[in-house]
Design a protein around this ligand. Structure first.
Ligand SMILES: Nc1ncnc2c1ncn2[C@@H]1O[C@H](COP(=O)(O)OP(=O)(O)OP(=O)(O)O)[C@@H](O)[C@H]1O
Ligand code: NI
Length: 416
């Protein structure tokens, strides 16, 4: 969360960006194979999350935000499948934990050259150790897209936890809130009995639920919407995750409660050094929480930059449209719908710009060339857009050629 915007905070963040990211999503493609069509819900998405930072994914309904989140959690279900790309989770404790449990799927790549690494790995490997501390893996990564169901169960919760929009989907109506938190504490921290009860009360207090001692004996339906979402956050914290994925965690809540939950997440992040992936369709919320922003449209990331840069200097026409639809930015109307039309279902390979039909700045080539992510101009080190208008400091013909060449080089097909 971007609560500390002072110089020290920025310096810290900058230092972290020199290190390896805790999560790297690279060229992720996840599709649903229905009788009628193949829906390319996530179609070549790449982004990194660094230690302690909040990375936002924003976009309208149907842009592929939740499918991205579920892919990272290893929760894609038939008819959906991750087809391509990698999801690397670099938390050292998780690498050591999974290497100890799944020795047969662990590869020691420390000391190998890049070519040797490529040869040494096969489809069944998913824990890659790059550095040892005596007998213990000290650094490396877990390749989520290759992990077995058993490994994914070990990864979820303690490695990567997720909070959904609807807290009721994460809470079981027949058990008390306290029992559900205690179960998470037993599974992930080995706590039982009195110790578990005490920690459950501590966690409810940590998420600012008043009268926690009494409320752990209550059932989810006895909690208000905001209190339920706090209980779900407490459950996630019981797993002591390194990375927390929040999928529209405040969308169902009224504005005041929403602000309280966002503040709570910011406090928890600072205390525990959590890394967060935050998903919302609300640019106003993004301004509050994110350090970096990925704007998604029809399965693709169309713009990425530090959050302040997106707001001060948006480049993709879609991002500009999203910003204009923030209530309050345009006086007079409650909620402006500045972008006409809907997100198309990405059911064919992108040979054109998927936003072109709605784009106020579209020109002829937008129907014939698929834009790839490029730096928005020569000076930009940390700002990309997938739009034929960029790079903005070359001629339009040259820009279009860049996209055409790079698009052809990376052309991919979907096989069932
Ligand atoms: N189980 C499924 N079967 C078929 N298609 C699916 C399935 N789940 C998602 N999709 C499709 O994948 C695309 C992306 O959906 P996703 O839920 O990721 O969107 P989103 O950005 O999270 O939208 P929202 O803001 O409404 O939550 C959509 O076209 C959706 O219809
Ligand atoms: Ni969603």
């Amino acid at each position: 969360m971007s609560t500390d915007t002072d110089a020290t905070g920025d310096a810290l963040r900058f230092d972290r960006r020199d290190e390896e990211p805790i999560l790297s999503v690279d060229g992720l493609r996840t599709a649903f194979f229905t009788d009628k069509e193949t829906i390319r819900a996530v179609d070549g998405v790449s982004f990194d999350v660094h230690d302690g930072e909040t990375v936002g994914i924003v976009g309208e309904s149907g842009s592929g935000k939740s499918v991205t989140a579920r892919s990272i959690m290893g929760l894609t279900r038939s008819p959906g499948r991750v087809l391509d790309g990698s999801i690397r989770f670099r938390d050292p404790a998780t690498v050591a934990r999974l290497a100890n449990s799944f020795g047969g799927s662990t590869v020691d790549v420390s000391g190998l050259s890049d070519d040797e690494r490529a040869d040494a790995t096969d489809e069944n490997d998913f824990v890659f150790v790059e550095e040892w501390d005596g007998d213990e893996p000290a650094a490396g990564y877990v390749e989520v897209t290759r992990a077995s169901p058993a490994a994914l169960r070990k990864l979820r919760g303690k490695g990567i936890a997720m909070i959904f929009q609807d807290p009721l989907s994460s809470l079981n109506p027949v058990y008390t809130v306290g029992n559900q938190i205690k179960e998470a504490l037993r599974l992930h921290q080995g706590l039982r009995g009195q110790a578990a009860t005490e920690e459950a009360v501590n966690l409810l207090e940590a998420v600012s639920i008043p009268d926690a001692k009494r409320r752990i004996g209550e059932y989810p339906h006895q909690f208000s919407g905001g209190m339920r979402q706090r209980a779900v956050i407490a459950m996630a914290l019981a797993c002591e995750p390194e990375l927390l994925i929040c999928d529209e965690p405040t969308t169902a809540l009224d504005v005041t409660i929403q602000a309280q939950i966002l503040e709570l997440l910011a406090d928890i992040q600072e205390e525990r050094g959590l890394s967060i992936v935050f998903i919302t369709h609300d640019m106003g919320v993004m301004a509050e929480v994110a350090d970096r922003l990925n704007v998604m449209y029809a399965g693709e990331v169309v713009e990425t930059a530090p959050v302040g840069e997106v707001f001060a200097n948006p480049k993709h026409p879609y991002t500009e449209g999203l910003l204009e639809s923030i209530p309050g930015r345009n006086v007079g109307e409650e909620r402006l719908r500045t972008i006409e039309g809907d997100v198309p279902t990405p059911n064919e390979p992108p040979t054109y710009c998927r936003f072109a039909p709605r784009c106020p700045e579209a020109f002829a080539e937008c129907d014939a060339v698929h834009p790839v992510s490029v730096s928005v101009n020569d000076a930009a080190t940390d700002h990309t857009a997938a739009c034929l208008l960029y790079p903005e400091d070359v001629s339009r013909e040259e820009a279009v050629e860049t996209h055409r060449d790079r698009g052809e080089a990376s052309e991919v097909t979907v096989d069932e």
